[in-house]
Design a protein around this ligand. Sequence first.
Ligand code: ZN
Length: 688
Amino acid sequence: MNVKSSLWLVLCIALVGLAVGCKKKEPAPVPAAAAPAPEFPWQIDQFADLRILRYQVPGFEALTPAQKELIYYLSEAATCGRDIIFDENYKYNLKIRRTLDAIVQGYKGDRTDPRWAEFMIYAKRVWFSNGIHHHYSNDKFLPGFDVDYFAALVKGSQGVSFPISEKQSVDDLVAFLCPILFDPDVAPKKVSQDSTKDLVTNSAVNFYDGVTQADVEAYYKRIVDPKDQTPISYGLNSRLVKRDGLIVEQVASINGLYGPAIAKIVYWLEKAAGVAENEQQKNVIDALIAYYKSGDLKQFDAYNILWVGDLSSLVDFVNGFIEVYNDPLGLKASWESVVNFKDLAATKRADIISANAQWFEDHSPVDPKYKKKEVKGVSAKVITAAMLGGDCYPSTPIGINLPNANWIRKDYGSKSVTIENITYAYDQSSLKSPFGPEFTYSAELLERAKKYGPLAGNIHTDLHEVLGHGSGQLMPGVGSESLKNYHSAIEESRADLFALYYIMDDKMVELGLLPNIDAAKAEYDLDIRNGLMTQLTRIQPGKTIEEAHMRARAMVAQWVYDKGKAENVIERVTKDGKTYFIVNDYAKLRRLFGQLLAEVQRITSEGDYEGAKTLMETYGVQVDQGLHKEVLERYAKLNLAPYAGFVNPVYTPVIENGKIVDVKISLEEGYIEQMLRYGRDYSFLPVR
Ligand code: ZN
């Protein structure tokens, strides 16, 4: 599972400054510079609803040459799967991408034409989404230029090759691609969620070909053994196709589906195995290679068990068919990769929280019968991303928890990570954002948010992930399915409330996690403002709140606002015609969070469906129409792009006598440059 960077994150961190205690993450100072160091260009591009950012890789220089070499090989393996994600997202994405790449490089016509600017926006969006559908909404986006101009671009490009066979002309290519690019009714949705229609045939994803939803369900029903206690992840790495009336699974492997790309991945993984940090890590990489060679999902499980047990290596990575969010049936995984190494200093923070888990459980305001007698420490680490690939590039998660197989999680555990250099890049790029000033009541509050927001945000996330979700216990006979459609939102509110209750505790300062109580106040300001007001920027006019995390935040904020009204704990004020929410009494607000935590824990422990429904429907779903309209208008004026993604660093090996003796990192490559280079050097799959 992963936590994708969302608009929520962007909103939450739009108000930030240099983090206290985060010195380690600042750019290296320029020695003896007479002029002030030039500012690091965190944001390098903005178009449509997207921003392109850079991330730094602090600590890379301090790694050993062998660790750098390992990261270099794993980074190559991460980039070699790029074609796979394009093809998985839609069957003609590779053909489209290669056509766009050829035009960008070869068009000899007028590049000052406003239509050219529209074309470039379209190409940049396709690169960003790994295809022609929006990476977040899954809707197909349409070009801002017309069919004739597209034909002129193809014909006006010279010295480049288009993805056509010898018998075809560029006219054939244009004729073929026009409906795909320009007709809104062709492949309108990457992943359909409309369960009243066939989810498979109405989704453009390329996990299925010629089969219906009923075909797929029948196929897997036939081969899945429901009594198997350690089932493989059926269908995870394959495409299900119907050929001559027969349904067959095309399995990804070095000699099967995606073979040419997987062969390159394996090539680099073999090199990585040769410079592994230790025997255990070598075994992990060898197991992954074996699985890529066979495509056998039993070997994938064996790899995962080894991987989850490797806690001592500094360098770590994900590489494979992992997350199933892009399959409407939740079976088939998108290819992704993240190469990373442990941020030792920041991991200490998570360790401190984890080591005190029992104290937090014992002192929580919930009824003792709903508390865990014995809390198991949760292992969590903070990592620095070194390379993003596949479905994690350019849009990347900020936290990952793997593996996904339930029985492996239960029997062998899971690894939970937060990617701090990515979060830091978001923070830094938002420093000058007009968002904070627009929605913050006073300069003082803004200053406090800038000073403490990022640190407090990290602690809130740690408390939520490391303790919140794992706290409490269910009464005998109560299962997690008892709360049905309210389960996710209640669960998220429970973890959030645990974090909110404790972030204001003296224990935080005592453990050295926060410098003072002002940091906790900054977090309260942000959460109240977000839950009551600013997260509404993500909701379309007239719609209600649906997403679980958003419902949780709305419910918590609305509940404490309502219950604290008599004592004016939170006040709604209007200044110059604009609405703000300010906290008047932080101690009382903390007590309200505690009361609500106790109630939400009771609902969870008892499986009280009616209680969950009442709480959510009263406070978490409905939107104040007048306030919503105002917030949307204020937000629109700011001209912000709600989604962001990243360019990768470039790693260059230093070779002496045929051996890699060092690896240099460069953060200078531009977005277009990087996309064209990847297209040139990492295109391994044939086009249809
Ligand atoms: Zn959560």
